[in-house]
Design a protein around this ligand. Structure first.
Ligand code: MRU
Length: 343
């Protein structure tokens, strides 16, 4: 797979996902403002990927600062952190990664600014490397839940593209496939931005893993026909009680799965678990612009001009609908998470 995001020649290089699958193009960000815009415009998206990208954005912004006093430098870096933190509100990985960068900064108080700049780049690279390693562990644990011959329904893209590599939900699919299990992914297209159709189908086809694209409104009918054995999705934030925020439409899939007696799994690293948020009711849900719904990619209109629109980017699936949460540390019931991940 091509890297989603990387530090290259003193710049942050982002695979521009808004152009996939037609074009594989990269955006070379020379300043942190461009990184922030890329996150807002979904050129890079997916909870772990935006965390890694924001961390690299902080490191990039720090490189351009000219002051030599620690206090002035740290104040400016904190400003860069605030700018990047204001890009998208729901995925907690963004705030988690920025917090790690701030902790690095504070830990280096008194060191020369030139050294801190280098160490910030190293920390962002560590966040990236750890993300891939966690996804492989998620894959290893999750693959034990998948049997030969199963059809797995997924929603949005929780794959290599949504992370630094390998993927969370699709990491589980990859691991099961690597073990020789003959499986098939049923990919919800995921209106309105079509991450399922454009990204999940693209990345699985790249790896020759069987995938069938379906429209979002087919899931129930396929479940009733016995064509879905398992549902597997990623997460943008998991609250302390095990409620999960993920792409809008996830809740509907979970309710359908429960009605049909089909297991519904969520795959996510610890950077997605937010024990400071007691339940899904407190998770901030991003509202995006109406044009994403009223037209296809801002060009082809699909609704009358002036139509009133709702466009929440995420929904919350209550813990009671979730069979288990697959993490890099193992597979847990939603109710076990708080105990297991308390710091
Ligand atoms: O709006 P997006 O494309 O950033 O939404 C992404 C999702 O909802 C993913 O399912 C989630 O971030 C998990 S990614 C491993």
């Amino acid at each position: 797979m091509v890297p989603t995001v990387e530090w290259k020649d003193g710049m942050v290089r982002i695979l521009d996902q808004s152009r996939l699958p037609e074009q594989v193009t990269f955006l070379d960000c020379k300043d942190y403002q461009t990184v922030a815009r890329a996150i807002q415009e979904l050129r890079v998206r997916g909870a772990p990927a935006i965390g890694v990208t924001a961390a690299m954005g902080v490191a990039l912004g720090a490189q351009s600062l000219t002051m030599t006093s620690y206090e002035e430098f740290a104040k400016a870096v904190r400003g860069i952190c605030d700018h990047l933190a204001a890009t998208r509100p729901t995925a907690v990985n963004l705030f988690w990664a920025i917090e790690r960068m701030k902790t690095t900064l504070v830990g280096l108080r008194g060191h020369p600014v030139s050294e801190i700049k280098r160490r910030l780049v190293e920390e962002s690279q560590r966040i990236l490397d750890e993300d891939i390693a966690m996804n492989k562990e998620i894959g290893r644990h999750g693959a034990t839940l998948i049997r030969d011959g199963q059809n797995i329904l997924t929603h949005c893209n929780a794959g290599a593209l949504a992370t630094a590599g390998y993927g969370t939900a699709l990491g589980v699919v990859r691991a099961a496939w690597e073990q020789g299990k003959k499986i098939r992914v049923l990919a919800d297209e995921t209106r309105p931005v079509l991450q399922g159709a454009r990204l999940t189908v693209w990345e699985l086809m790249q790896d020759h893993i069987p995938v069938t694209l379906i429209t979002d409104n087919m899931a129930g009918a396929l479940m009733r026909q016995g064509q879905v054995q398992l549902c597997l999705v990623g997460a943008d934030r998991i609250a302390a009680n095990g409620d999960v925020a993920n792409k809008i439409g996830t809740y509907s899939v979970a309710v359908l799965a429960k009605a049909h007696g089909i297991p519904f799994y969520v795959a996510a690293p610890h950077s997605t678990i937010d024990l400071a948020t007691p339940s899904g009711d407190q998770i901030p849900i991003e509202q995006r612009k109406p044009q994403e719904v009223t037209s296809i990619f801002g060009s082809q209109p699909v609704a009358p001009i002036g139509a009133e629109v709702l466009n929440p980017a995420f929904d919350v699936t209550p813990a009671e609908y979730i069979t288990a949460i697959i993490t890099e540390q193992g597979v847990f019931k939603p109710s076990e998470l708080a105990e297991r991940f308390r710091r």
